[in-house]
Design a protein around this ligand. Sequence first.
Ligand code: NAG
Ligand code: NAG
Ligand code: NAG
Ligand code: NAG
Ligand code: NAG
Ligand code: NAG
Ligand code: NAG
Length: 478
Amino acid sequence: MKQIPSPRLLLLCLGALTNWALAATPSVSVSVNPSIQFQEVDGFGCSEAFQRAEDVLGKDGLPPVNQTLVLNLLFDQTVGAGFTILRNGIGSSNNSASNLMNSIEPFPPSDSSPSSPPHYVWDGYDSGQFPLAEQAYQRDLQSLYANAWSAPGYMKTNHDENYGGYICGVANTSCSTGDWMQAYANYLIQYVRFYHEAGVKVTHLGFLNEPQYAADYASMLSSGAQAADFIRVLAKTVKESGFELQLTCCDGIGWDDQEAMLPGLHAGPDPAIQYLSVLTGHGYDSPPSYPLSTAHKTWLTEWADLTGDYTPYTFYQDGGQGEGLTWASRIQVAFTQANTSAFLYWIGAENSTTNSPLINLLDGVVVPSKRFYAFAQFSRFVRPGARRVEAASSNPVVTVSAFRNQDGTLATQVINNATSSYEIDVKVDGLETGVSVQPYLTNNEYDLEPLAEIRTTENGTFKGRVPARSMISFVASR
Ligand SMILES: *[C@@H]1O[C@H](CO)[C@@H](O)[C@H](O)[C@H]1NC(C)=O
Ligand SMILES: *[C@@H]1O[C@H](CO)[C@@H](O)[C@H](O)[C@H]1NC(C)=O
Ligand SMILES: *[C@@H]1O[C@H](CO)[C@@H](O)[C@H](O)[C@H]1NC(C)=O
Ligand SMILES: *[C@@H]1O[C@H](CO)[C@@H](O)[C@H](O)[C@H]1NC(C)=O
Ligand SMILES: *[C@@H]1O[C@H](CO)[C@@H](O)[C@H](O)[C@H]1NC(C)=O
Ligand SMILES: *[C@@H]1O[C@H](CO)[C@@H](O)[C@H](O)[C@H]1NC(C)=O
Ligand SMILES: *[C@@H]1O[C@H](CO)[C@@H](O)[C@H](O)[C@H]1NC(C)=O
């Protein structure tokens, strides 16, 4: 009988071969072509809505030195992540209890009529969001996105800022008090005006949040066609106001929900889509993994790990929802596969025991999470006005993206989700010899750690090494 090797023996031999190959350090080829350009980047950011700004600045605030630390971590490009987009909540509440955001028109006109003069009030504070926005602008904020979760209750079909309901006046609604669309549009412009008069520019305006979900907090429902009804009124009001504002819609709870609203925005003889600048969607129910059916810019305006499993120090453990590598990958996929121009986490900093912020302020101690550093790996080096450019990797477990900034610098992000380290051979089309490349590393041990500078050799090539379960941003100077 002929002797054949047992399967066990075969496996052992294979194992030995693999070990031998590993000893030689596997390599991955990355090619970047800056002349093939895709979408423009508007930036990265977060929100401090629902009185989270208070955690940083206000009634439950931090000592001044730690306030400054948090603001620098979020908005300063040298010390921190350099976020350039802040998403404010336009309050709809008639008081400031708990985490409510108070409205600039907490109560209806005395006769409850939409055409009677409104009683606007401005406290110069806006649940902490106004002073926070001022601080952010001092650190080079570019975009202030003011976004309402709901109209005040008296403008809605259910007479409540909570539990869904529709704006009185859009299709399929009928309210005894009448049509509140114009009053709501005036109200949103008044919010912008109060900020403007106090010296802070609102750049983007949205009137809906997760309109698929009747939450027990501020929430308002809408179909795409109903949103279109209101957008036509709002656009006209913006034009008359003279404010330069980019209108957004609709902050759908997931990417698919946002896609489902597009037909309504495109429909009719006066399509509402023409009045919008940015289509906005969230990542909860369905992630941004494909481009929305639009030629407009798209922003991922909210997403977070809301599971409550507090994991600030984990870049990678088991691929969990709160881990840094998970978010690094989500950002990369949103830009490379879903064509987004911006990516915003839910909360920037808050005093809580969950993963819903990027920076935790529990007991006044400032703890930037690995999610924060995953964001910073992008946001510090990919600046507003940058263009995503073509980038490819020879190994699917080592993923890449690349962006050319307006100042000529080129940032290439490499995420290695393998259990072993890889040598990376990068070739950048058109890059000269001798250009300086600065790598920054984040993983379980390091936070945005600058590594030894590299110089490009012939034809814009350079070599790096990316450890297991790690991310490196390679920033080539010009
Ligand atoms: C304040 O708002 C709440 C929530 O919408 C509502 O139930 C309540 O009636 C309002 N109070 C007044 C005085 O309007
Ligand atoms: C109004 O309701 C009808 C019946 O439910 C529905 O077919 C139609 O799509 C709705 N229109 C809008 C604009 O939501
Ligand atoms: C990507 O977005 C830009 C606008 O930022 C748009 O012009 C382009 O058509 C989009 N590409 C795809 C594939 O959807
Ligand atoms: C990384 O790999 C692990 C398996 O090793 C997987 O569970 C996880 O989903 C991967 N993460 C990403 C972002 O692909
Ligand atoms: C954090 O929240 C807890 C519980 O709500 C509160 O007791 C504490 O004062 C807060 N601390 C800070 C610094 O905001
Ligand atoms: C400020 O935050 C640091 C951590 O970043 C912490 O060590 C310190 O205790 C905090 N200061 C106060 C007064 O809470
Ligand atoms: C660099 O490019 C030139 C011209 O295309 C080519 O002849 C040369 O072989 C390249 N060198 C390397 C190291 O790839």
